[in-house]
Design a protein around this ligand. Sequence first.
Ligand code: SF4
Length: 247
Amino acid sequence: MPSSRRARIPARTPSRSPRGPSRAAAPEELPAARRKRAAAVLERLRREFPRPVTALRHENPFQLLIATILSAQCTDERVNMVTPGLFSRYPSPALLAAAAPAELEREIRSTGFFRMKAKSIRGCSAAIVERHGGVVPGSLDELTRLPGVGRKTANVVLGQAFGVASGVVVDTHVHRLSGRLAFSTAATPEKIEQDLMGVFRKADWIEAGSLLILHGRKTCAARKPRCGECTVRDLCPSAALVPPSRA
Ligand code: SF4
């Protein structure tokens, strides 16, 4: 993009965070300008990631729900190593709900926090059987009433399995990038999501979460963001905060 056409972005006060550039320091950017910049960021990221879908392998909404629960504090790669065996042994919500706790824990142990995850999986599987006839519900309200299912998990399932834009997925990457890109100065996932829902068009909510996650994994890493090779560098208020040797 020619420099004369580049979006104007607000100056920021340098952060002393050990994680490099982080939360915006009261950027003086009007909401309309922020929405325009956010749309430009998405457009760039779309070019870099033409198919921004979840890396969690699944064949139906139920498998995605369980895989998303397992992905907490765990890599998608590790989850993808565990789920084929898990779904082969317990192919339905009824069978997972009836799983012996110790056996289920053994099956998912390598994903970490396995006792808590096993409890969530059994609880939400039982609720799906009892309240929804064994079918994963398709609304945010119903999903977040299931044991162990929060807004992030519900947004993943609704967006990726049902194509429903219920909100913006806020995981650790989206949390970090929202601050660096000055889309939100909030500290909690709930408030960050509300800010992002105002920054992005509703039609872009599903894609926005996926694209920010992919960008966070590939380029805007927590400790060493690679600003020098970042496709949205000229749209990011944090780019100037990275020492030249790291950019
Ligand atoms: S320029 Fe890119 S890599 Fe650097 S902080 Fe901004 S979004 Fe992250």
